[in-house]
Design a protein around this ligand. Structure first.
Ligand SMILES: *Cc1c(COP(=O)(O)O)cnc(C)c1O
Length: 441
């Protein structure tokens, strides 16, 4: 366990969590933070810099959650601090247009060719809600196809077989969502083109949109099989269905632009979030000009937000994207991820533990399973007990993974080769410790 020099003022996480639970429902403001699926008390963060989290109980942790992928530049990057300070001094919200909103919109439009126009929101959930609404308005149809294990935010009609948070907690369908609200949501397995085709053909004239994560990140990382995304594009074209790419994770994660640029498949609409807010609350949806014209005040589809296009969040987004455009860290991040995953694989093999590691660019998931992971079913077949043990073994050794076996891990520009080596060493020890514990029992 790594300790910081400044031991004074240390607070136990158990105590902080107890206190939190008295006034916050479940002690958290988003369920996966609660450590339900790995057990124990969540880590309370005091501050963070680069790839390091400094916890309230005085530990230093190498972070692979990175605010669920939002922090591709790591925590508190210098390039954001000055612009954010200046933005704060100019005012935090006006509820009136600003030039900086246009600047961010122009950057998004320039980076992702399929996006002719964009609207900014305050979260990825809202971005998806807006995209689906205008798709329904444009097509005059009601039904939406989503893929099992994909998460598109917590709106009622998309909380069906929705990956990480919901799967982790064993509530794939949330309470409080009327059946009537999900009856237009059709769910098919990820990477299963024949079944998607069968579903499309069955409901052809009723389907407004198909929404897909071009790389699934909410059942752990699952890559699209060759031809899957292009196949969806063809199906949509054949039936007048709008294709929506939910790039809340993948936008500006794999390259400067969308995963759509990376894979060469063009959606009609795109949802963004996480990275484009530079760590501030932000989402965006955009796409074809004729579809975006459905949106009020141009058209009859209503969508709004008091803090949408918030000047502080927009300033953070611009600074983050400018830095990514200038430095293009993607190849370097991918190399670090490859080194890390190779180290994991080696350590797992040395201990005789079967693992499947899915990775692309700077995102990855280690699945404790012998079978290739290509969809939710194969992701769910992993060894959850082993994940929990290794999870806590890593945490004890100063490595923070997102606390669920159904999550993507992320590498940021704050991670160094040394961090990667330290993490591989911790992983090796954690997995070995697990095996020894088993033998001892
Ligand atoms: C995180 C996420 C969302 C929801 O974004 P929020 O900002 O949490 O509302 C939507 N889609 C995907 C793919 C995500 O990973």
């Amino acid at each position: 366990m790594s300790k910081t020099k400044h031991g004074a003022g240390k607070k136990s996480h158990a105590g902080l969590f107890e206190r939190a639970k008295r006034s916050l429902a479940g002690g958290v403001n988003s369920p996966v933070r609660s450590f339900r699926s790995v057990g124990g008390d969540p880590v309370f963060v005091k501050r963070a810099k680069g790839c390091k989290i400094f916890s309230e109980d005085g530990r230093r942790l190498i972070d692979y959650c990175c605010s669920w992928g939002a922090l591709i530049l790591g925590h508190a990057p210098d390039v954001l601090i000055k612009p954010l300070k200046r933005a704060l001094e100019r005012g935090t919200s006006y509820g009136m247009p600003t030039a900086v909103e246009t600047e961010l919109a122009e950057m998004i439009v320039a980076a992702i060719p399929s996006i002719e126009q964009v609207r900014l929101t305050s979260s990825g959930t809202e971005a998806v809600m807006g995209a689906v609404r205008i798709a329904r308005a444009y097509t005059g149809r009601d039904k939406v196809i989503k893929f099992e294990g994909s998460y598109h935010g917590h709106s009622d009609y998309l909380l069906v077989k929705a990956g990480s948070g919901a799967s982790t907690l064993g509530i794939p369908d949330s309470l409080g969502v009327p059946q009537d609200f999900t009856k237009h949501t059709l769910v098919v397995p990820y990477n299963d083109l024949p079944q998607t085709q069968a579903t499309v053909e069955k409901y052809a004239k009723e389907i407004a949109a198909m929404i897909v994560e071009p790389v699934a990140g909410n059942m752990g990382v699952v890559l699209p099989e060759p031809g899957f995304l292009a196949g969806l594009r063809k199906l949509c074209d054949a039936h007048g269905i709008l294709l929506i790419f939910d790039e809340v994770i993948t936008g500006f994660r794999l390259i400067y632009g969308g995963a759509q640029n990376y894979f060469g498949v063009t959606p009609d609409l795109t949802c963004l979030g996480k990275i484009i807010g530079g760590g501030m609350p932000m989402g965006a949806f955009g796409g074809r000009r004729d579809v975006m014209a459905m949106l009020a005040p141009l058209g009859g589809a209503y969508q709004a937000g008091t803090l949408s296009g918030n000047p502080v969040a927009v300033t953070a987004g611009i600074a983050a994207l400018k830095c990514l455009a200038r430095t293009r860290p993607y190849a370097k991040l991918a190399r670090l991820a490859q080194e890390l995953c190779a180290g994991f694989k080696q350590a797992a093999e040395a201990s005789g533990t079967p693992v499947e590691i899915n990775s692309i660019g700077s995102m990855f998931t280690v699945f404790f399973t012998e079978r290739k992971v290509i969809d939710f079913k194969t992701a769910a077949a992993q060894n959850g007990a082993l994940f929990r043990d290794v999870y806590h073994g890593l945490l004890e050794r100063g490595v923070y993974f997102p606390p669920s076996p159904f999550e993507a891990n992320f590498i940021s520009t704050g991670h160094t080769k040394k961090d990667i080596r330290d993490t591989v060493r911790a992983f090796g020890a954690a997995i070995k410790g697990r095996c020894q514990t088993q033998v001892a029992f």
